[in-house]
Design a protein around this ligand. Sequence first.
Ligand SMILES: Cc1ncc(COP(=O)(O)O)c(C=O)c1O
Length: 355
Amino acid sequence: MIRAQAVIDRAALAHNLRRVRDLAPDSRVYAAVKADGYGHGAVTVAQALREADGFAVSSLDEALQLRWAGIDKPVAMLSQQLDVTVCDQAAENRLEIVVFHDSQLEVLASYIGPPLTVWITLDSGMHRLGFASERAGEIERRVAALERVEVAGWLTHLACADEPSRPDTRAQLDDFAGATSGRAGLRSIANSAGVLAWPEAHADVVRPGIMLYGSSPMLDRDAARCGLEPAMHLTAPLIARNRIAAGETIGYGATWRTPQDMDLGVIGIGYGDGYPRHAPSGTPVLLNGVRVPLVGRVSMDMITVDLRDAPDARVGDRATLWGGGLDVDEVARHAGTIAYELFCRLTPRVRFEVV
Ligand SMILES: Cc1ncc(COP(=O)(O)O)c(C=O)c1O
C-alpha cells in the first residue's frame, strides 16, 4: 500500500498552458518551473509543457537540470548571482541571464567568453530586484558597451496583480512603459495574475507559474473559474477507523474533543510528508467523494479526520488532501498559507507518479 502519493497530471499541465495561450495569444510563454517545478518535478513539467516557448528558473543549478534532461528551449535564470563560472556555464548551455544588480554588471564587464544573452530587470515598484526605472538609459548604455553581451529585453515583476482593484499594478505598468519607451528589446511583465487579470501586462513574453499547476493566484476567483485544472493530486490511505466515545480528546495537545460517540479516521500523511502542520481542525479532506474535516493536530506521519459523514469509508480507501475534487487553494486558506508553499514543501517521502 503506497503511503502519501502525488500524482502529476501532464494533461492538466498542458491544458493550463493552453489556457495561458488563450488569454495571451500574442505573447511568448516562458513557463516558471523554478523550485523543482513548484514541487511537481521541473523536468516532468518542462517535458509536459514542451509547447512553451521557454522556461524561467531561479538559479544556474535549476537551469542545468533542464539542460541535462535534454530540454533545449530558452531558459532564463531569474535570480542568479553572477561570477565568471556562472557566466561560462550560461554561455556553454545557452542560458539567459536576468540582470538586476550592479554587481552583475561588474562581473559581465570582466567576462571574456562566448556571447551571453541577458534580460534587464527594472524595479517598477515592487522593490525586490531590479534597477530603479530612472536608471534604464544608463543601464542600457552600460550593457551596450559589453561586447559579449546581447540584450534580449526588459523585465519587471508585479507585486499586487492578484488584487485587480488596487492601484499599484497600474502604477507599475506606467512606470515600466515610461522607462522602456523607445528602447530596443522585448518586454516581459506578467506572472500568472498578470496573465489572468491584466491584458495590458501581457507584452512580448509572459512568465506564468502557479496557474500552470492549476492554482488560482486571484483572490476573487477560484481555479475552476480561471479555467484551470489541478496538476497535482495528493492522496494518502485511511490506515485506521476508530470508534471514540463522546467527550474524549484527540491527538497531541488534546486540542479537539469528540462532541458525541463517533468514528474517527487516521490518514497516513503528516508534516513529515509536507502536509501543513498548521492546518487547523476543519481543514477539508476528501474521502470517497465526501468531505471529512481534519480534527486535532497534524502529526508527523498522520492526521485524524471526522468520519461522521463517511460511514462507508474503509481502511485502505485513499483520501485526497488536494487535487481533483478538493481545491488546493481552499486547503491553503485553511492552513494560513498559499498553494505555492504547499506544493513546494512536499518532502521526499511522498511517492511521485506521473500520468
Ligand atoms: C520574476 C518572476 N516571474 C514570474 C514568476 C511566476 O509567478 P506566478 O507563479 O505567480 O505566476 C515568479 C514567481 O514568483 C517570479 O519571481
